[in-house]
Design a protein around this ligand. Structure first.
Ligand code: NAI
Ligand code: MG
Length: 491
């Protein structure tokens, strides 16, 4: 019998590619210059200064954005105070809820436009901004809208009053979603807001300001002011603020905590992470590999709860590593607007340099570094998915938050050993467990010092579920009923 030959084209080749499928940005209307949103209007900054927001995938400038100084912050806080005293805290709660429902619906109507702006300004793949960031942002407004007139059921037997003016400072990894996480519960509980988006991703928060105008939200209820760290510090230190909500780096979280010590301002901090994703020998390996990939490469690893440390049970380590490498070789790094893209642009040059220097330190300390061989565009900020093996518990690659697509892999033999290793970190935000045994999930999750633990899945979010960390990952919870508490005065 004639031996059949395998046609060359059928050979396993991980480099086969899809035809480009870019989302069209033709209908997107962006201004060349953005002002501050104070008391319901867009106003020029008293500083007279503006900064550029750029597209990290092209390094091209998108627009000029107002740089608010302390005088602008003062104006915003006064507008928020006046709106609190005269309008928002006096309004029946059911009416407040209606505004939140209206904002949620307009967000849904404009979802496509906002998703594209999010990807252009921040570099995240359109698949994520379209399927996750924007729908979840709307879901948070819907969820908290429902609580607005039901506070006495949320906290039975307690007198529930708002706090006053909330100052909210958010990062660049989930710009609109973080704004929704913070604004929706604050407004539902009857507070007014001064919010500052991150300096590299201000555009969707300003788009949200336009939505507030369209929804006829009373002037001053939410003020959006743009700027960098100095603007954030001016919010933190303003005496007219009753509560600070911050998401960002642990370093800035510590600065804020010091600044607030001795004041009567309340605060919640959602800071860094170094999550352990743990695969046991009895796990569904292919499913776990997919979850590991999602856990660390999702959103370029710009995720505080990213599964950046992988612990694999020793007898399956070789198999998992091989499958992981095969899968990573198929990931597409490139144009955030292309629907096929898995990994978009790194958010800024500073963040790219931080990732590069931490990887270099990891290599210098003796870690073995492997990177995907994928092509990356010549212009823009990119980083190939990266794995580290032969790392020690004390390696900087295992201890420090990298906030990029870099995974540190270690092995373990027993449940006790992996719990100890997973907890050996200054952080405690999240973790993942992959096993066929429910009992193991309960045993391990009850011993991990982390606020959010996923089992046989990763990076799943829902407005009803509280989110927050232990140790240097911060304090307080956002999301769910827990997320309302920091905006309520129970006295
Ligand atoms: P960052 O903490 O400096 O920035 C977050 C927000 O805080 C931005 O809006 C920024 O303008 C503001 N800010 C900066 N300095 C401030 C100050 N002194 N007072 C008040 N507000 C201030 O974070 P950065 O520098 O952009 O990123 C550095 C690292 O932080 C990342 O590599 C990552 O490890 C971590 N990070 C963690 C995030 C999280 O979700 N937990 C989000 C972003 C960054
Ligand atoms: Mg930008």
């Amino acid at each position: 019998m004639k031996k059949q030959s395998v046609a060359p084209s059928l050979k396993f080749d991980t480099k086969w590619s899809y035809a480009p499928a870019p989302e069209s940005a033709d209908h997107i209307q962006l201004k060349s210059q953005y002002e501050l949103f104070i008391n319901g209007k867009f106003v020029v900054p008293s500083s007279g200064k503006y900064f550029d927001t750029i597209n990290p995938a092209t390094e091209k400038k998108i627009a000029l954005v107002a740089d608010a100084n302390a005088a602008d912050v003062d104006k915003a806080v006064k507008a928020a105070r006046s709106a609190y005293d005269k309008t928002w805290s006096k309004m029946p709660a059911a009416e407040r809820g209606k505004y939140l429902f209206r904002i949620a619906r307009i967000l849904q109507e404009k979802a496509r436009e906002i998703a594209i702006i999010e990807s252009i300004d921040g570099g995240k793949p359109i698949r994520e901004s379209r399927d996750m960031d924007i729908p979840l942002a709307a879901a948070h407004f819907f969820y908290y809208a429902g609580w607005a007139d039901k506070m006495e059921y949320a906290f039975p037997g307690r007198t529930v009053k708002p706090l006053g003016v909330a100052g909210q400072i958010i990062p660049w990894n989930f710009p609109l979603l973080m704004a929704a996480w913070k604004i929706a519960p604050a407004l539902a509980a009857g507070n007014t807001v001064v919010l500052k988006p991150a300096e590299t991703t201000p555009l969707t928060a300003l788009k949200l300001a336009e939505i507030f105008q369209e929804a006829d939200l009373p002037p001053g209820v939410v003020n959006i002011i743009t700027g960098a760290g100095a603007t954030g510090a001016a919010i933190v230190n303003h005496p007219g603020i009753d509560k600070i909500a911050f998401t960002g780096s642990t370093d800035v979280g510590k600065i804020i905590q010091k600044a607030l010590a001795g004041t009567d301002k309340k605060y919640t901090l959602e800071l860094g992470g170094k999550a352990a994703n743990i695969i046991f020998e009895d796990a569904a390996i292919d499913q776990a590999v997919e979850g590991i990939v999602n856990g660390i490469f999702f959103n370029q690893g710009h995720v505080c709860c990213a599964g950046s440390r992988l612990f694999v049970q020793e007898n399956i380590a070789d198999l998992v590593l091989r499958k992981l490498k095969d899968r990573i070789e198929t990931l597409i790094v490139g144009d955030p607007l292309d629907k096929n893209t898995d990994i978009g642009a790194i958010n800024s040059k500073e963040q790219l340099n931080k990732i590069k220097s931490l990887v270099k330190a990891g290599i210098n300390e003796g870690g073995e570094c492997w990177q995907s061989s994928c092509a990356v565009p010549s212009k823009g900020y990119w980083y190939r998915p990266t794995l580290f093996t032969k790392v020690a518990q004390s390696s900087s690659i295992v201890q420090k938050e990298i906030f990029g697509p870099v995974l540190a892999i270690q092995t373990f033999r027993t449940v006790e050993e992996v719990i100890e290793k997973a907890n050996n970190t200054p952080f405690g935000l999240s973790g993942g467990i992959w096993t066929d045994k429910g009992s193991k999930i309960f045993k391990v999750s009850s011993k991990l010092r982390a606020g959010v633990i996923w089992a046989n899945t990763y990076n799943k979010f829902d407005p009803t579920s509280p989110f927050g960390g232990y140790k240097e990952s911060g304090m307080g919870r956002e999301g769910g009923l827990h997320g309302l508490q920091p905006y309520i005065d129970f006295n």
